[in-house]
Design a protein around this ligand. Structure first.
Ligand code: SF4
Length: 494
């Protein structure tokens, strides 16, 4: 069987990965891959509408046709050159691929084709160029008169005007010349990859930066089983990368507790020393002093947002953070605690209703605490820009935001944080009784987005939507309750 383009790209990442894709595929960890497939499918469908507005094109559906029929149909369509061809099946000398878009550029009797590889990112990455180089090589080897080869990626300044009009969603970057120059290189990859694929044993390649660049390798779990276990790995040192990390690794040091001062920043030294001590470090007075200027009532805010590569709501951009939910706790000076929430699962743009609800529920005074507040600030300012009628009170709420993250980073560290000050890393050390593990269905931000997408899908039942609603409300409420507990801890109440 020829090697598919995805297997060649796996080879480019790591020959050991290619070998496992072929001989030990059952070891793959595919959790998390579904979201990527869904995005690719959505973007591909829109690309077919954009590049074939008159509907004259043909989609070569290999799953329905089978490989041989897909190759036969592609050859026939490219010969006739009567319209665009999508997922054109190409094969030559040990490799095969499906070209996203083939656009006829020639005239009758002198056909020519422009190839476009559609990407859901907002720019071109190096591995996209490898992708395209492989496909262009296949096309030329098959004898297709290729007049152009490029990448069509998402244009992030595009604003959806509604009515299914996605003209302008894609920006094209031409790589015709580059693909010509890379033909020899591509042929060498294919020959090397075929050798690896045929080898009886997997290549002895140690884990390294390639395991997560440009993709998280689905075999990482298995490869790491053979690696020596390091009690406190260097990855627990915040931002410890580049030449200093390479120099430390060259000394054979793998445990952060053994790294000399000369290689570390002040923060990294602090993490190392607290790790060695095994004790929580807490600057109580400093944390309390940082919170002292902020009075009552105290508000605690968290948004859940969704990013659509293909915007579905009028007036929104690709990958814009659209808030669909917030949770808000209010603490009075007398110790009373109140909870408010907003969640829209109607499938309509939730932004206007959310903006109005946020203004109505967040009182006129008092600090609004958030964790990594620049995100809440950005969301609120985007809402203010879209809805002038709410702009003034929204901007006023944004001005009251107080970030608990720098307070945590400056005044608190527990060895269990493993070099992270994310809310979920800090919380167990301050409020061990509050656990995301006890939540059902939705326990982190990614799960919240997937749950939201499922809830707004037309095929989702009323019962299922109601269940998701309960899970989302419980998750977001826990996020702001966690902020309350952090705030209490930093004020010395715990
Ligand atoms: S985990 Fe790393 S070493 Fe193992 S196959 Fe994947 S990329 Fe190669």
């Amino acid at each position: 069987m020829p090697l598919s383009k995805s297997k060649l790209i796996a080879f480019r990442q790591c020959p050991r990965r290619l070998w496992r894709e072929i001989h030990r595929r059952e070891l793959r960890d595919d959790s998390g891959a579904m979201a990527g497939f869904r995005v690719g499918r959505e973007v591909g469908e829109v690309a077919r509408r954009v590049y074939d507005p008159e509907g004259k094109g043909t989609l070569v559906e290999v799953d329905e046709l089978g490989y041989e029929e897909a190759f036969r149909l592609t050859a026939s369509l490219l010969e006739r050159a009567e319209g665009p061809v999508f997922e054109a099946a190409l094969r030559a000398k040990g490799a095969l691929a499906f070209a996203d878009v083939m656009l006829p550029t020639g005239s009758r009797g002198e056909p020519g084709w422009r190839m476009l590889e559609v990407k859901s990112t907002t720019g071109v990455k190096d591995y996209h160029r490898d992708d395209l180089a492989i496909q262009a090589w296949l096309a030329r080897r098959t004898g297709i008169p290729l007049t152009g080869a490029g990448i069509a990626h998402i244009e992030n300044t595009f604003v959806y005007g509604g009515d299914g009009d996605y003209r302008g969603l894609f920006r094209e970057v031409d790589f015709t010349e580059e693909t010509r120059f890379r033909d020899v290189e591509v042929e060498a990859w294919i020959n090397q990859a075929l050798e690896v694929a045929d080898a009886p044993e997997e290549p002895a390649i140690p884990m390294g930066p390639q395991c997560s660049d440009p993709f998280d390798c689905p075999f990482a779990g298995w490869c790491s089983r053979g690696e020596p276990v390091v009690e406190c790995p260097l990855s627990w040192l915040p931002n410890f990368n580049g030449p200093r990390r390479a120099a430390v690794e060259a000394l054979g040091i793998t445990d952060l507790r053994e790294v000399p001062d000369a290689y570390l920043s002040e923060l990294q030294k602090h993490v190392r020393d607290v790790t060695i001590s095994g004790e929580t470090w807490f600057d109580r007075e400093g944390a309390a002093a940082a919170l002292a200027p902020h009075g009552f009532p105290a508000w605690f805010l968290d948004f859940e947002t969704v990013m659509m590569p293909v915007p579905i709501w009028k007036g929104t951009r690709p990958y814009q953070q659209i808030p669909f939910q917030f949770s808000l706790h209010r603490l009075g000076e007398d110790g009373t605690r109140r909870h408010e929430a907003f969640l829209d699962l109607s499938g309509d743009d939730p932004s206007a209703a959310l903006a109005a609800s946020l203004v109505a529920k967040t009182g006129a005074s008092g600090p609004v605490f958030a964790y990594n507040a620049k995100f809440e600030r950005m969301v609120i300012h985007q809402l203010a820009a879209r809805f002038p009628e709410w702009a003034e009170p929204l901007v006023a709420i944004a001005a009251r935001l107080v970030d608990l993250h720098p307070i945590a980073k400056t005044h608190f560290y527990d060895p269990s944080q493993h070099g992270s000050w994310s809310l979920k890393a800090v919380l167990p050390a301050i409020a061990p009784d509050l656990s995301y593990d006890r939540l059902e269905g939705v326990a982190d931000g990614e799960m919240a987005v997937e749950a939201y997408r499922e809830a707004i899908a037309p095929e989702t039942t009323v019962e299922r939507r109601a269940k998701i609603e309960g899970q989302l409300l419980a998750y977001c409420e826990l996020d702001t309750l966690a902020l309350v507990r952090l705030w209490e801890g930093f004020r010395g109440k715990v």
